[in-house]
Design a protein around this ligand. Sequence first.
Ligand code: PLP
Length: 368
Amino acid sequence: MQSFSNIYNRIKESSNSFLGYPLAKDFSFSEFAPFLDLCINNVGDPESDSTLTIDTKEVERKCVSFFADMLNASTEEVWGYVTNGGTEGNLYGLYLARECYSNAIVYYSESTHYSVKKNLHLLNMRNVVVRSQENGEIDYEDLEQILTIHRDKPAVFFLNIGTTMTEAVDDLEKIKEIIRKYAIKNYYIHCDAAFLGTIAPFVEPRPKFDFAEGVDSISISGHKFIGGPIPCGVVMCKRAHRNRVANSISYVGTLDTTITGSRNGLTPLFLWSVLEKIGKEGLKLRVQEAQELAAYTEKELSGLGMNAWRNNEALTVVFDKPSDELCKKYQIASEGNIAHIICVPGLTKDRIDVFLRALELEVQELVG
Ligand SMILES: *Cc1c(COP(=O)(O)O)cnc(C)c1O
């Protein structure tokens, strides 16, 4: 086994150099080091205090209300908690949907994150995969065709607000049109905004996935665009859905409304320290800087003949997959014959340039 210091050095080097994953690199939480010597646990519902008072739930509620506000909702209508990441938030959303409509069918596009199939399997929910368009967005015509067959059943729409591979956004307006067209009475809309949740509110035109627009639940990752050493996220839902699953547990003296029992109390501190410090204005700036880097990266890749493109203002730049060696060296994710670079905060132009020079050599070799 590697020594801890070797593991540290390997991770440090790798986290400086990866280009293909949506994880911000520009954070520091060493001020929270003293907390590492404490028992901390946010067991149970964030709004109901436990008999065990070693929690950071007050801070957790601040995080949730920040996100709710960012999505134009108030904590009167919306409830949420800090999760272990986007996957848990999606599992929770689907769980709430199933508690609403036990015989529903879940519709999601083939560009959906790989974890969703597993979540549906865990929940034993009927589901249908819908085709995606070239850009990764759900194919509305295919969705319509499939829906016509099942229009008597409640429908759960699992929408992507930023797909993993191309950062494509499913159009809530078009989904609502389809719901109206087929007069679907019982439906539930969940939005997977793992990466884009903290970005989309600052993109023009702003992708729609607000509660005011009829969304039932939303999952957002915290360790992606905000960044951090421990995976985390926020899930939010309409209060009625949470109330439907709330059970009071006397052993911990709180409501068991979350997926796990014991919950991380450190990640709310990390999230809130950033949100409090930079606020919405800071996030907006962060988005703009990343967009500029993405525009630069797209332009340079195009210059090398790599068929580079982005969905609207995306931080994800898609291009022809380079050699396996380059993908491995620069930790670039690929699928089939496309690859992507994700221009996260903390990724520098210098790092991109180093990759571009290596890619240029590879392209020249192929041509020459
Ligand atoms: C990353 C991601 C997930 C999973 O989130 P985790 O925080 O890694 O659990 C789900 N959906 C999308 C679109 C993602 O990009």
